[in-house]
Design a protein around this ligand. Structure first.
Ligand SMILES: [Zn+2]
Length: 546
């Protein structure tokens, strides 16, 4: 009997352990919710269970008795959606922008100069970098010139980027560092010279000449950029963001910050069209962790419509004999596409104008040959010749679009394009119909990061002022279900991640958001007011509204 005692004790201990395990068979249980699972049947549920960062069960209230979770959250009837995904954004640039002079929304050049001056007083060293001006918001709508910047900052280099990132203004000190001379030309860009003098305005590839002279942000700035960006994204319910067109060196920076620096947002990073990026990824293969996915390259076919850098088939309606331009030769795009295809990677190309879109569609088609699952993408797909829409469907080319671009550009896009071409611009429903799915994004920092604004613009085709009353080209509005899929599962699919995220289904990451109102049900006009109450990534609450 004596000898049995230890065994008995062991047995009791084992039972207790089992008992304890049974007491907590999940980490987190959310109850009393209206859960839009965004599964293939678009089902709703009331209860959701999370263990070890993954969703283990989604269903009705009977789960409340089946599971005993360490933490129980009563959602009090609020709506829950899969964590929002932005299919096209510039996450790092956005974060860096938060460290720079913010020129967004300023309605005249003097206000911009004043903002830069006060920024300069707080940041006394090195380059003065600002971001976000938009001459379309000014009375005269003309590009500025650098005179005021030169007199205020004769020694200190200044570079201020336009809101679309496709134009900038530099002062003389910056132009000197970059070695730019009056009358200088560059392929795929413009160095504006008027009456033999540099105005400081640089368009597309010309911006790069100055940009490359700016010392790269040090580790502290980079980590501030990522973490500040993440904080704002979580507050708006984003759990995955794209970061389009980055250098491969950022892979390590991000991986390190995700490992030890508190960076929790998931990132889908496209590498930019640079030889070293191809060399790196072709040699090392796709990079994939739960937080970072690098399997895609991004090219730029043309510029933006606002700065008349979009490449059009026919001249601009508001500038004679001007059609914009391609940023590289079609031969370059073809060669890139061939090598990316041969190495099995994804390709995404920025194309705004109908000519740029046609060039890229034809190149893609010549390589993809027919139906396929390579998910090659055209970013923006903004102006499409009516005869070219069908190429998207025929070759499964994925248009990746930004509904708030339509409602930001609608005030002047017609001036650039004329009424005829405008009809097949920002044609999201028509594009959706081609493949039956459509990833949505914002292109932030070009637009606001808020994915609910994307949802609202996609379904209502109105801006935050509620303009226009009937929606801009409302025939291209998409349904709420489609818009929700666009910012969740379809965005995930555009990055080959639909099996791990984008819906609330067992086995997927527990990335989800609780909103204060149900975006599937409330009045369209109330959509922009909807707020995120809580955001979860990997089952962890990363944001809570105060
Ligand atoms: Zn972009």
């Amino acid at each position: 009997m004596k000898k049995l005692w230890p065994l008995l004790l062991l047995f009791i201990a084992a039972c207790q352990q089992k008992e304890q395990k049974k007491e907590y068979n999940a980490d987190l249980l959310i109850k009393n919710a209206v859960i839009y699972t965004v599964d293939s049947n678009f089902t709703t549920a009331q209860c959701l269970v999370v263990t070890a960062g993954k969703i283990v069960a989604v269903g009705d209230s009977s789960f409340q008795t089946k599971y005993t979770a360490r933490e129980v959250v009563n959602a009090s009837g609020h709506a829950i959606y899969p964590g929002f995904i932005d299919a096209h954004a510039h996450f790092y640039k956005y974060g860096l922008g938060l460290q720079q002079a913010n020129l967004k929304g300023l309605t005249n050049w003097q206000a911009i100069v004043d903002t830069v001056s006060s920024f300069a007083k707080q940041n006394t060293d090195g380059w003065l970098i600002g971001y976000g001006w938009d001459q379309n918001l000014w009375k005269n709508k003309q590009f500025p010139d650098k005179a005021k910047l030169d007199s205020l900052f004769p020694e200190r280099p200044v570079l201020l980027s336009r809101v679309d990132g496709h134009a900038a203004i530099a002062n003389q000190a910056a132009l000197n560092i970059a070695g730019i001379k009056p009358g200088q030309t560059i392929t795929g860009g413009v160095i504006e010279t008027i009456k033999g003098k540099l105005t400081g305005v640089l368009i597309d590839n010309a911006v790069g000449i100055v940009n490359r002279k700016i010392p790269p942000p040090d580790d502290t700035i980079a980590s501030h950029a990522f973490l500040d960006g993440q904080r704002n994204c979580f507050a708006d319910g984003l759990t995955t963001v794209a970061d389009c067109g980055e250098p491969y060196s950022l892979i390590n920076t991000i991986a390190e910050l995700q490992h030890t620096g508190g960076l929790k947002i998931r990132i889908f990073m496209m590498l930019g069209d640079r030889p070293e990026n191809y060399d790196y990824l072709f040699k090392h293969g796709a990079y994939k962790t739960p937080g970072l996915d690098v399997c895609c390259f991004k090219m730029y076919a043309d510029g933006a419509l606002g700065s008349r850098g979009a490449c059009l088939l026919q001249p601009y309606a508001d500038q004679k004999n001007w059609k914009g331009f391609l940023l590289s030769s079609p031969q370059h795009f073809l060669e890139v596409a061939q090598k990316v295809y041969a190495h099995g990677f994804q390709l995404a190309t920025h194309a705004i104008g109908d000519s740029a879109n046609r060039v890229i569609l034809k190149i893609y088609a010549s390589i993809l040959k027919g139906k396929n699952d390579r998910r090659w993408r055209i970013e923006h797909a903004q102006i499409i010749d009516p005869g070219d829409f069908s190429i998207f469907g025929q070759y499964n080319i994925i248009p990746s679009v930004q509904p708030t671009h339509a409602t930001s550009d609608m005030y002047w896009a017609g001036k650039r394009l004329g009424p005829q071409r405008l009809k097949s611009a920002y044609a999201y429903k028509q594009l959706l119909n081609e493949n039956g799915w459509l990833p949505l994004g914002t292109d932030f920092p070009v637009e606001n990061i808020n994915p609910i604004y994307t949802f609202y613009a996609a379904v209502e085709r109105k801006d935050l002022k509620g303009y226009p009353a009937n929606g801009f080209q409302p025939e291209n509005a998409i349904t709420r279900e489609q818009a929700l899929r666009g910012i969740t599962i379809w965005a995930a699919k555009a990055q080959f991640e639909e099996k791990e995220k984008g819906s609330i289904e067992p086995g997927k990451y527990a990335d989800f958001v609780i909103l204060n109102n149900d975006i599937m049900k409330i009045n369209g006009a109330d959509l922009p007011k909807v707020k995120v109450l809580q955001t979860y990534v990997n089952g962890e609450k990363v944001y809570e509204k105060k």
